[in-house]
Design a protein around this ligand. Structure first.
Ligand SMILES: [Zn+2]
Length: 95
């Protein structure tokens, strides 16, 4: 399974920011590790039964300096629709 992380900041840095650039780098790193271990646990060695392909997952994180909020989006690429449905179901399992 291939996991790609794409973390960026946007907006204008506030005068007295809630997170400085060091803390922001830490936040990105922690978020990356949490998401990756969660994905690897939930999707452990899963491959498409028909095509033998693993899913490819892209995680986009956007930290907005104006709102000081982090927005995380998952994008999943699979060889076929059937496998995508299966992967999404597995990801939606709690825990
Ligand atoms: Zn497939």
């Amino acid at each position: 399974m291939e996991i790609t992380f794409d973390f960026e900041t946007e907006g204008v840095v506030q005068e007295d920011p809630f997170l400085d650039s060091y803390e922001l780098a830490l936040l990105f790193e922690q978020t990356r590790q949490e998401i990756e271990s969660g994905l690897r646990r939930k999707l452990h060695q899963v491959i498409c039964a028909e095509h033998g392909q693993p899913p490819r997952i892209t995680i986009s994180g956007r930290y907005n300096h104006d709102s000081e909020q982090m927005d995380i989006q998952y994008h999943i690429d699979t060889c076929c629709q059937m496998f995508l449905v299966r992967v999404v179901k597995m990801l939606n399992v709690q825990g």
